[in-house]
Design a protein. Structure first.
Length: 257
């Protein structure tokens, strides 16, 4: 059985690594040297890679037997402790000098996410969640909102091109039920807003574990609810999900189907 101290020591390293990577992102914001296309409209910069090296260095130095999954190295891992990292969530925003981006570091034990750190360097906002221990922003406990669906701000998946027909059908049903819809182009920003009670839900169809692992735990520990699009428990193999304040979750599940 995993000990609390094992998680706590790794959480502290995650915080340190997130802050170090975030400092680099802020320092280099607006000063990118290289941009490379990985796939159709999917880009990576030299800053992504440099920030990833910072995070990996901290993990490997302190926990050499742990495994790491990242956007640039999405290989299935076998260790009990697995780190799931996104050194720059919101790369396309970053490239276009839009300051909506952040660092995501999650820790899983035997495939269950047990801790998550999100750092938004431009705002110096550090979000921290541990399973069954609550969600925090700069040391202050946070919680989801209690707004109803007709008062809700819904954050919707911005990658419409991947499942355009399905997503537009879902969005057309949602817009008549919620108060407004937003797209931020950064999962960590979106999920942190839900956890903090500034938005009521985020719906994603095409995310990856390094995007959402820390953020979904944050929402749950803030008193919200997170499931896949069918209402089942999310896991590291999930792709689509709903994260909400819980109050409107069942309504959203019906609307996206």
């Amino acid at each position: 059985m995993v000990r609390d101290s094992q998680i706590a020591t790794r959480r502290n390293i995650a915080v340190k690594a997130a802050r170090k990577a975030g400092m680099l992102l802020s320092r280099r914001f607006g000063n990118i040297n290289k941009i490379r296309a990985k796939a159709d409209r999917d880009l990576v910069t030299d800053i992504d890679l440099a920030a990833e090296r910072i995070i990996k260095h901290q993990i490997i130095k302190n926990f050499p037997c742990d495994s790491i999954i990242s956007e640039e190295n999405p290989v299935e891992q076998k260790a009990d402790f697995i780190w799931i990292i996104d050194p720059l969530d919101g790369t396309h925003n970053y490239i276009h000098n839009i300051d909506i981006f952040g660092v995501s570091i999650a820790l899983a034990y035997k495939d269950e996410v047990v801790a998550g750190v999100i750092y938004m360097p431009q705002e110096d906002e550090l979000y921290l969640a541990e399973r069954k221990r609550g969600a925090y922003l700069n040391g202050r406990r946070i919680s989801v909102s209690k707004r109803k669906i007709d008062q809700a701000t819904l954050i919707f998946d911005s990658s419409l091109r991947y499942q355009k027909n399905r997503m537009l059908k879902g969005l057309s049903r949602l817009v008549d039920r919620v108060f407004n819809v937003r797209m931020f182009g950064s999962t960590v920003r979106s999920l942190s807003l839900v956890a903090e009670g500034k938005a009521e839900a985020e719906i994603e169809y095409n995310d990856k574990p390094w995007d959402f692992a820390a953020g979904l735990l944050l929402v749950e520990e803030a008193g919200g609810r997170a499931t896949d699009l069918r209402g089942k428990k999310w896991n590291l193999k999930s792709r689509g999900y709903i994260a909400s304040n819980g109050k409107i979750h069942n309504r959203l599940l019906k609307l996206v189907k």
